[in-house]
Design a protein around this ligand. Structure first.
Ligand SMILES: [Ca+2]
Ligand SMILES: [Ca+2]
Length: 391
């Protein structure tokens, strides 16, 4: 017994020692990120210096990859090697839900164009398959899920495709990404959580300009985030099909555009919306800003709970009848001109005061970020002044 315990202790000590995380430096120790990933053990961190890295990276172990800042360290996926994929990252592996995720932080991904698998082009910036992934302070821009061959039937996620995994996005920006069918920025077939994140100016040809979620059991949570100026045919902001749960808490859905469901387009989904704002979302005539299909309000059916939220814009549709236990909300048929921050129908001194009081603010609560670039600054002031006294 004694020798068994001694052996066990020795094994535990050995395994503890062998899992001490190491830091691998690019380019000082490894000339490419790919070389560092190959050399790294699970649990290690790779740190990347400033610069543009033209790489398309495959990861199947738990790592943390840290750049020198958004816009400072840039991974550009536009030049893959022959027969490689076009995503900046493909992450795969059955990581345990309790274990650490694969982490990307403090860097930008650009110009990735997706991994083509079985005729579906997936994740222009990142394709993750059955993996736990966490992004911290990452910008994904100008990526696409674009048709690569004539037999490609669908594009899933211009910036990110989450297939059967767990994806958490913190303090990040997804902008100017496109998909030729679903999810201009995000395709979600697992669970996804957005925290303090800006999703802007993404386009999907078919559904979900900002995000498209599919498959039973998947969940979407959006907290303290802005979803603005995205567009698609259905669901300019979000489109959800057979998704179990949607949570919007302290989110702004602004300026999204679609033929139908400019802000949201979804079928029966347990939905909680709280402390959020829906403004300037534009749907086609006879269409709705929020379109809910196949929702029945029986006691055992999915529900829509909305509280402390603000909605403006025409064509809000018939979705309000689905709200269970409505709490205080505000509904206006028109939003007024851009810059009318207090919704009194004109752009005037009160709105200017609001903008100045938010000067240099970032984050979802900055209603004066009129151009939706994540910052209240000069261009927003110019827009407000250009609409001065308009009503
Ligand atoms: Ca006003
Ligand atoms: Ca701005």
């Amino acid at each position: 017994m004694h020798s068994y315990l001694t052996t066990l202790c020795a094994l535990l000590l050995t395994s503890t020692a062998s899992t001490t995380a190491e830091v691998l430096q690019v380019p000082e120790e490894y000339p490419t990120i790919e070389a560092a990933i190959e050399a790294a053990q699970a649990g290690d961190e790779i740190r990347i210096g400033p610069g543009v890295w033209y790489e398309n990276l495959f990861v199947s172990k738990q790592l943390t990859i840290t750049g020198s800042g958004q816009g400072v360290t840039i991974i550009d996926g536009s030049q893959p090697q022959l027969y490689s994929f076009g995503s900046c990252f493909v992450v795969t592996g059955f990581f345990s839900k309790s274990g650490d995720p694969f982490r990307l932080q403090s860097l930008s991904l650009r110009n990735g164009f997706g991994a083509e698998i079985y005729g579906v082009v997936r994740g222009g910036g990142i394709y993750c398959e059955y993996a736990a992934v966490e992004l911290n302070e990452v910008t994904i821009e100008d990526c696409s899920a674009e048709r690569q061959g004539k037999y490609d039937s669908m594009g899933w996620g211009g910036a990110i495709c989450n297939y059967g995994g767990d994806c958490v996005i913190n303090d990040s920006i997804l902008r100017n990404n496109t998909s030729f069918s679903y999810g201009g920025a995000i395709f979600n077939g697992g669970s996804i959580e957005l925290n303090d994140t800006l999703i802007t100016n993404n386009v999907a040809d078919l559904e979900g300009g900002g995000l498209y979620a599919f498959s039973l059991g998947s969940s979407v949570a959006c907290l303290r985030s802005s979803i603005c100026d995205n567009q698609s045919r259905y669901g300019g902001g979000f489109s959800l099909t057979e998704t179990a749960v949607l949570l919007l808490e302290s989110c702004r859905l602004t300026g999204n555009l679609a033929e139908d469901g400019a802000a949201l387009y979804m079928d029966a989904t347990d939905t909680v919306i709280t402390d959020s704002a829906f403004e300037h979302n534009v749907s086609g005539s006879n269409a709705a800003v929020i379109r809910i299909l196949d929702q029945s309000n029986g006691p055992d059916n999915p529900s829509l709970e909305v509280s402390n939220s603000f909605f403006c814009g025409a064509n809000q549709g018939d979705w309000r009848e689905f709200i269970l236990e409505p709490s205080p909300n505000e509904f206006l048929e028109t939003c007024g001109p851009t810059g009318d921050l207090n919704h009194d129908g004109a752009v005037s001194g009160a709105d200017l005061s609001t903008l100045l009081s938010q000067w240099a603010a970032t984050g979802w609560e900055a209603s004066a970020d009129l151009n939706c670039d994540g910052l209240v600054s000069g261009p927003d002031l110019s827009i407000l002044l250009a609409n001065w006294s308009a009503s």
